[in-house]
Design a binder for this molecule. Structure first.
Ligand SMILES: *Cc1c(COP(=O)(O)O)cnc(C)c1O
Length: 434
């Protein structure tokens, strides 16, 4: 639980609104976001880097809802995109193209044209082949593309192997040993302008030391480049700061910034960071209803109406999300004495250990293993810390329309994405006729 999602009168609320009310009004499964959490997260980042010229480029892939992009754009954020589609989202949300950096290992020529046309700040180039292609695309358009090389600093982010990106064996970035030669080459290509350097070593980092190790390696390269007359304007240190899902103790935004700024002392380049998860992760929950309780021979199952297609992280990374009952009193007659409001304050008399699973036909379709929950059929659960890589990774597997999304600010509730219908899903499909 956080300040933004807390129990009030035994009801789990998003800010001042009971999640029960939201479920009644908008149905389940439903993602619910706290506007205040988003504003606070961005403001903390902005304040932490206030001492020097900086740009906070929110990593759109963490959660790309237009309302979230619009809010962050209004607060002054830039954006880190990984596709042409994300660029179109940013522009549709009112984001400024000149604050956009474009990452990703497989940019197509069409995506490059889109980004050049919009006038983005910088392409974070990830290979020699991409460098050549970008130069050609820019030439054909009569433009110059601003570039950074995404350098792979070969540091261990000490995170889950699927979300570690800064090791030699990862597909991301250009090898540290090859970066200097590639920068020389880039500086000679007529339709490119070398403006920066970039690294991103992974996601859900809970320690500061890998960030600092990466920054130091990058700075060594920056100095070597300067000696050859290649002077950079900005240093992009990527995203990756972790959040608390369970018992992790990630550094605070302020501590992270102080450490980074310490490593960059005496430098005049503009700083870019690309936070995703840390800005949205704990600003959202996935609200789901218990369809059935099933008591198997070895395990109890709570079968809920959200599934791996709605929230893929448990199935994909074996990720942990806290799961809380929304209404403490629906469980049974009031216990005596009453539980303390707050985390774990569930009615104890009918608490069982549940596998919280979805309806999808996969054994990997679970939201939580071995959770102590006091729940009844028809009750509501909140899957916590679901704001990042939740909705943005959702799919239509099992022909399940995607969930609705709702934003709350104080007592104000608004639908920010309609629940999909099967009609949407079938719209582009056709029968094959011979
Ligand atoms: C995903 C990604 C980010 C954001 O990572 P978080 O862990 O969500 O902060 C930043 N930069 C790049 C290049 C990414 O691919």
């Amino acid at each position: 639980m956080t300040d933004y999602f807390s129990y009030q009168n035994d009801q789990l609320c998003a800010e001042q609104v009971p999640l029960d009310d939201i479920a009644r009004r908008f149905g389940t499964p439903c993602y619910v976001y706290s506007h205040t959490a988003l504003v606070d997260g961005y403001s903390q980042f902005d304040a932490a880097f206030a001492g020097r010229e900086h740009l906070i480029c929110y990593a759109v892939k963490a959660n790309s809802n237009l309302a979230i992009l619009h809010l962050l754009a209004r607060l002054g954020a830039g954006f880190d995109i990984v596709s042409g589609g994300e660029l179109q989202r940013v522009l549709a949300a009112g984001g400024a193209a000149h604050k956009v950096v474009f990452s990703g290992v497989g940019k197509t020529a069409a995506e490059m044209r889109l980004a050049l046309d919009a006038g983005i700040l910088c392409f974070n180039v990830e290979s020699a082949a991409e460098l050549m292609r970008l130069n050609e695309v820019a030439r054909d358009m009569g433009r110059t593309a601003s570039i950074s090389l995404r350098v792979n600093p070969d540091v261990d982010a000490k995170t889950h192997p699927y979300i570690s990106t800064g090791l030699k064996q990862n597909k991301f970035g250009v090898a540290y040993a090859e970066a200097l030669a590639l920068y020389r080459k880039a500086s000679e290509l007529p339709h490119l302008r070398v403006t920066g350097i970039d690294c991103h070593i992974g996601s859900q980092l809970t320690e500061i030391s890998p960030f600092i190790a990466a920054a130091e390696k990058i700075l060594t390269l920056v100095d070597a480049l300067a000696r050859e007359g290649i002077v950079l304007e900005h240093l992009d240190l990527g995203g990756g700061l972790g959040i608390r899902y369970c018992d992790e103790t990630p550094p605070s935004i302020a501590d992270y910034a102080v450490a980074l700024l310490g490593a960059l002392r005496g430098r005049s380049e503009k700083i870019i960071v690309e936070p995703g998860r840390v800005l949205v992760g704990n600003a959202g929950v996935l609200l789901t209803r218990v369809e059935y309780l099933k008591h198997g021979e070895e395990k109890n199952f709570a079968i809920v109406d959200a599934a791996m297609n709605d929230l893929m992280r448990p199935a994909l990374y074996d990720a942990y999300h806290e799961i809380l009952p929304v209404n403490i009193r629906t469980t049974s007659p009031l216990p005596n004495p009453l539980p303390q409001a707050g985390e774990g304050a569930i009615e104890k008399s009918n608490v069982l250990t549940y596998e919280v699973v979805g309806p999808v036909c996969e054994t990997g379709d679970f939201l939580g293993h071995a959770r102590e929950l006091g729940i009844v059929q028809g009750g509501l659960l909140a899957v916590m810390s679901a704001g990042a890589y939740g909705m943005s990774m959702s799919s239509n597997y099992n022909t399940r329309p995607r969930a609705a999304e709702v934003m709350v600010c104080g007592t104000v509730v608004q639908l920010i994405r309609e629940r999909e219908t099967v009609h949407h899903l079938l719209a582009g499909e056709k029968t094959f006729v011979l």
